[in-house]
Design a protein. Sequence first.
Length: 311
Amino acid sequence: MHLTTSLGDIRETAPVSLALGAFDGLHRGHMAVINAAVQGENPGVFTFSAGPKGAPAVLTPEDKLLLLEQAGAQRVYRVDFSTLRDMEARRFVEDVLFEKCRAARLCCGEDFRFGRGAAGDMELLSALCARAGVELIVVPPVREGGEKISSTRIRKALEEGDIPTANRLLGRPFGFSLPVIHGKHIGHTLGTPTINQALPVGFILPRFGVYAAWCFAKGQFYYGVANIGVKPTVGSDYVLCETWMPGFSGDLYGYPVRLFLLEFLRPERKFPSLDALKEEIKRNALKAEEITKAVPPPSFPTLQKSPAMLQ
């Protein structure tokens, strides 16, 4: 898959089938649009390095590319929204999509808007495509429980700790792959050695508390119990995901570990002592083990790629 991040570098010479959208969550609705584009020749995706509305990200930029490649995109144009913010709608379609991208087929959702002030709508896009002989496919929304699937619904579910709903709307378990950083090493003294991962700025913050999780580290799955928050018992200056994997032993500092959240177990709270915290962690781990026994380890594109990417 080829990635282009600058409008000036887009110079396609062959017709492209193009999916259009911010695709900020790559949920089931987004994937329906992308799958429509993949049915055409030379499939690609035109998207942005960050969502136009500045909402917190539901997946990392790296995971977004991996999922797009898995879906069949052969090229991704991921541009900074600021470079297009003031471009007239007609010019965006004719100069960027038609001329630069050589789009012969455009696929988008029915609420796709474009151009300065989001002035471009389906009526204008349809007219421009018809005049240029470009096929336009408007994909109807995917619904769950009678409501349209949206990144807003997913963010709300994550912020409320409703992981099963978020995972169902996404069509995959919510998670992330982040490097392991040094913490205060208190877990080692408690007999529950944990890994610490700092959630990046701009990333969604799930409800603070403890979760059952599948963890993928150094090529193998382990069940885990993860705490997301500021660790009120021992303190933290920033939001961390701290995870204990009872079946793992070894050094992971500096290595990426992928977490898949499965279920919210309890809110984050301060304990009267480290011994009380230790006993609670063990109780949570037993519950996490029970949950993961009923949910097989998920697949993800990185798991089919070179093991070096995950070591």
